[in-house]
Design a protein around this ligand. Structure first.
Ligand code: FES
Length: 126
């Protein structure tokens, strides 16, 4: 698998964002709370740029019956909200938080001796 350089890990602090091209597709790279995430930078709804979206902990709730929710709380799984119309994606899995049939590709981010790379799983290493 080949890798795409993102930048220096020390300068890619919490809250940092970057966009790299992986196999011809824009990928948003995000540092949230010291963890690195990479997700396709194109919302499945209408192409919104997720690198411009808000990153936050997901709000979850127990559904007691259709239309009724109880015990809303934030969980540790970070999500990104599309800036255009608010679709929200789990940053670990790329799955839309309200519709599991919608999923954006996510990518591994590695820190190699202080340099960050996005791993392209589709391209053999050259
Ligand atoms: S383009 Fe992302 S929610 Fe509409």
């Amino acid at each position: 698998m080949s890798r795409v350089h993102v930048g220096d890990a020390d300068s890619f602090e919490d809250g940092s964002r970057a966009v790299v091209t992986v196999n011809g597709h824009e990928v948003a790279v995000l540092n949230y709370d010291g963890e690195y995430f990479a997700i396709l930078n194109r919302c499945a709804h209408d192409g919104g740029a997720l690198d411009e979206g808000k990153v936050h902990e997901r709000l979850v709730a127990d559904v007691t019956e259709p239309g009724e929710r109880d015990v809303e709380r934030f969980c540790d799984d970070p999500a990104v909200t599309c800036p255009l119309h608010g679709w929200e994606y789990d940053l670990e899995t790329g799955v839309h938080v309200g519709d599991e049939s919608i999923r954006l590709p996510t990518f591994d981010v590695v820190d190699d001796d202080g340099e960050l790379f996005v791993v392209d799983p589709t391209t053999p290493e050259s």
